[in-house]
Design a protein around this ligand. Structure first.
Ligand SMILES: Cc1cc2nc3c(=O)[nH]c(=O)nc-3n(C[C@H](O)[C@H](O)[C@H](O)COP(=O)(O)OP(=O)(O)OC[C@H]3O[C@@H](n4cnc5c(N)ncnc54)[C@H](O)[C@@H]3O)c2cc1C
Length: 463
């Protein structure tokens, strides 16, 4: 029997996806001083080309040589914002714009849903659903603005407290539970992805387009034209880059937004392996815990039991049996990720086998006991897992180029930081529109902020 996700309590999909309307953007030429002269590669030497057909050196050269685009036309009365990235920061940016009555389209690559690093993987094991949060595990709150948002999510049933035992595991099964006074931990009631998928509803003013990989941004006729592999995806008065890493660097390298591009290039990201594993029996542990930060083992930094976290039990009245098995998420350290890094889209079999072996061995060392191998495993490399440095600015906005950036990395490395960054950029853009879209110092934010290192756990800096 197939794992029917819709029939399970875990999976609600309130969003209907519509095609973005085709906009005629060749109608008239509005003033836009596009000074971007993308330097042509003049070198006859063949360079190693990256995934996107561009060498790292060529991206660097383009990034630093491009000239600034400057929009001089007034912002229209009913402006539209294009948001590239449907992780929680992009979604919250859209939500803030929606509250100001501003139209936007969100583009996201997600095949199975929105959320980016708020990800939940569901696998069908002969009719049984195996459920794993495979990036963000839980989040905490230290900011009153975020607390208000969290309270709404609780009221709407999107999240709940994770009351399971969590602590630190020091190897050989030496586990110390965190005190009950430690900050409240929240989880998506139906997994993190379901939280992301429920944050916005398709409406007249929010358009969600996925799966869609924006491969080009170009200023034209006083607007930003976004396209996916040469297919136009619409024109926008302002754009938001709500993702980071290689893809964002490439997108910005010929955009005419050198200041944004330079800030993005300074970001440094860790790589972390995620091993999802399902076992027939509970893992041997005493005391029993649901989540642990693991210390002193290179291949392992975090382990958590999704079956316990989601209170998954057999559902006799449902078509699908939801996880009788013990579904665990294991994460490596960033150090181990760096040492074993390979292209995340194309992991060689030998590397995958070695990493799986190392991580499972790490679990045995951490628990101080051996166990029967898992009957299901899925390995994933988060090549751009977590920021290791930050410009400490709530968001970035370039009023000359009418473009901004939001994301966790602008102030830290957690769900809270991503949410606050998205809201802050949405509000900032709304104020910019209200003021007529001129270029003033007060509209510019974060373009020259300097970066500092982030200190925190391997899977985020929890407030
Ligand atoms: C292994 C791991 C564990 C973590 N654990 C925790 C935790 O327990 N608690 C916590 O608070 N935080 C945790 N985090 C961090 C947390 O997940 C992030 O801080 C947060 O989800 C970041 O959201 P974001 O919107 O900034 O970016 P993302 O979630 O990365 O969103 C970016 C989105 O943009 C899309 N995209 C990229 N390029 C394009 C393109 N060209 N066109 C269209 N779409 C594009 C991507 O597919 C993605 O959906 C963890 C992260 C990792 C990797």
């Amino acid at each position: 029997m197939a794992c029917d996700l819709r029939s399970s309590f875990l999976f609600t999909q309130p969003i209907k996806f519509s095609k973005i309307p085709t906009i005629s953007f060749y109608a008239q030429f509005l003033p836009c001083r596009c000074l971007a002269s993308t330097s042509k590669s003049s070198s006859p030497i063949r360079r190693r080309r990256g995934k996107y057909g561009t060498s790292r050196k060529s991206i660097n050269r383009k990034t630093y040589m491009q000239e600034q685009v400057e929009f001089t036309s007034p912002v229209p009365e009913d402006p539209v914002v294009g948001i590239i990235g449907g992780g929680v920061s992009g979604l919250m940016c859209a939500s803030a714009l929606q509250k100001h009555g501003i139209r936007c389209s969100i583009f996201d690559t997600g095949m199975h849903g929105l959320g980016g690093r708020l990800g939940t993987r569901i696998s069908d094991n002969s009719g049984e659903c195996l459920v794993f949060d495979h990036a963000a595990q839980f989040f905490t709150v230290s900011d009153l603005r975020f607390q208000k948002i969290v309270d709404e999510w609780i009221a709407n049933g999107l999240i709940r407290e994770w009351k399971g035992v969590i602590g630190e595991l020091r190897g050989s099964g030496i586990f110390t539970a965190f005190p009950s006074s430690s900050p409240t931990r929240y989880i998506g009631t139906n997994g993190m992805r379901s939280l992301a998928d429920s944050l916005l509803s398709q409406s007249d003013i929010v358009d969600i387009v996925r799966p869609c990989w924006i491969s080009k941004i170009e200023p034209f006729n006083g607007k930003w034209i976004l396209s996916e592999n040469e297919n136009p995806r619409g024109s926008f008065d302002t754009i938001v880059i709500a993702h980071n890493g290689k893809c964002a660097n490439r997108l910005l390298s010929t955009s005419g937004l050198p200041l944004l591009a330079k800030q993005m290039k300074k970001l440094d990201l860790s790589a972390i392996w995620a091993l999802l594993a399902a076992f027939d029996e509970p893992l041997p542990m005493n005391p029993v815990f649901e989540g642990a930060f693991v210390k002193g083992i290179d291949a392992l930094s975090w382990m958590s039991n999704n079956t316990a976290k989601f209170h998954l039990t057999p559902q006799p009245d449902k078509a699908a049996v939801v996880s009788l098995s013990q579904c665990w998420s294991f994460f490596s350290t960033a150090n181990y990720g760096r040492q074993t890094k390979v292209p995340q889209e194309n992991i060689p079999n030998a590397t995958a086998e070695r990493v799986k072996r190392d991580m499972l061995k790490g679990v045995e060392t951490a628990l101080g006991s051996q166990f029967k191998p898992p009957f299901y495993t899925k390995l994933q490399l988060w090549g751009a897992a977590l920021p290791t440095n930050t410009p400490s600015t709530p968001c970035i906005f370039d009023p000359r180029g009418r473009a901004g950036i939001c994301g966790d990395w602008l102030t830290g490395s957690s769900v809270q930081e991503a949410v606050l960054s998205g809201v802050s950029l949405g509000d900032h853009i709304a104020n910019y529109f209200k003021d007529g879209g001129g270029v003033t110092d007060e509209h510019e934010i974060g373009l020259h902020s300097t970066f500092q290192s982030i200190h925190g756990s391997e899977i985020g800096q929890f407030p």
